[in-house]
Design a protein around this ligand. Structure first.
Ligand code: NAP
Length: 310
């Protein structure tokens, strides 16, 4: 497994914090409080993207981290829009570095697969940024396993390691279990997975008439619109009540409990929302509880169909 460290050599924390809402849903004051709450429990890994909140997220992260830069892993992403061609990546990354106020970022992800651009061009660009000392680690987000394997193969031409992958992964989005998580474990790639609460669904709030991203954003309403997902959220809430643990704590801990040891990227709009996710750091989830939670949703079918022969 690649050793993902801060510039001064500290290991990555077990969780990352995602700043996707900083500057919009969480204003600068709330964002600062979220940052401080993470630092209090030694979270040293922060995730942003060129795309988030029109650049506000990167700006705020740059301000908050400026006096302890060497103690942090700062990850950003380029290429969500405009494709994965060289020019677009370089323009976006320069903007990111400017907003962050950093010559170097620790992790730079390609935000999503671009079928239009030859992967060699993309990888050569990231290798150049690595050679120039502008990035320390390179990662891929929202890639299928076959796309990643192709990239890994081509990256050898540039002596470029793919150190991390960033898939979606939660109790209600389990596709990564089939290929991404085992592939990464086998190929020494660290998984830093996003949306452990299913965009908030797994807090249980929608089952009791609550509001939030799923009621405010059509894209998320569709992403988490299936009945079985909402049933799972209710089941999780019930289980949480039975054992006296917040459902969000269970949901986050469940992600981190996968045998491949992914790093969940937790997030919230406010510190009071964040606390149950932080509590997952202290939850010791035994095998029985892990199995109980895993049964709330169907495990995705395996990657090969010949499952009758074990
Ligand atoms: N690579 C990618 O394509 C990609 C995509 C998405 C995210 N990410 C990264 O992953 C990070 C986390 O993703 P995410 O925000 O989707 O994570 P998530 O954990 O699935 O959802 C977090 C949201 O759930 C709600 N929530 C959290 N705790 C709550 C509580 N105690 N009570 C009620 N509601 C609560 C809040 O939204 P509401 O208050 O609005 O309901 C909060 O913003 C992002 O910040 C970003 O860095 C990456």
């Amino acid at each position: 497994m690649p050793i993902i460290t801060t510039p001064n050599g500290q290991m990555t924390s077990r969780y990352s914090f995602g700043t996707m809402q900083w500057g919009l849903q969480a204003d600068a004051r709330e964002a600062r409080a979220l940052y401080d709450a993470c630092r209090e429990v030694d979270i040293n890994h922060f995730d942003t993207a060129n795309l988030y909140c029109g650049g506000k997220s990167e700006e705020l992260l740059g301000i908050f981290s400026s006096n302890e830069r060497e103690d942090l892993i700062v990850a950003t992403k380029v290429g969500y829009d405009g494709g994965a061609g060289r020019e677009n990546l370089l323009v976006q990354f320069d903007k990111s570095r400017m907003r962050l106020g950093m010559d170097m970022v620790d992790v730079l992800y390609l935000h999503r697969f671009d079928p239009e651009t030859p992967i060699k061009e993309t990888l050569e660009t990231f290798a150049m940024l690595r050679d120039e000392g502008k990035i320390r680690f390179f990662g891929l987000s929202n890639f299928a396993a076959w796309q990643a394997v192709h990239a890994i193969h081509e990256a050898c031409h540039f002596d470029l390691a793919i150190s991390m992958m960033q898939p979606m992964y939660s109790l209600v989005k389990r596709q990564a279990e089939v290929e991404i998580l085992p592939m990464c474990a086998e190929m020494d790639i660290k998984v830093v997975s996003y949306s452990p609460l299913g965009g908030g669904l797994l807090t249980g709030k929608y089952a009791v008439g609550g509001t939030g991203r799923l009621s405010e954003n059509d894209r998320y309403a569709t992403r988490y619109g299936q009945n079985y997902m909402h049933d799972a959220a209710k089941g999780l809430m019930q289980l949480g009540q039975d054992i006296g643990v917040h459902p969000a704590t269970l949901a986050v801990a469940w992600v981190g409990r996968h045998w491949s040891n992914p790093i969940p990227i937790i997030s919230a709009r406010t510190v009071s929302q964040l606390n149950p996710s932080l509590a997952a750091l202290d939850l010791d989830m035994d095998d029985e509880l892990y199995t109980q939670l895993s049964k709330l949703t169907p495990a995705p079918p395996p990657a090969t169909d010949r499952i009758e022969e074990t």
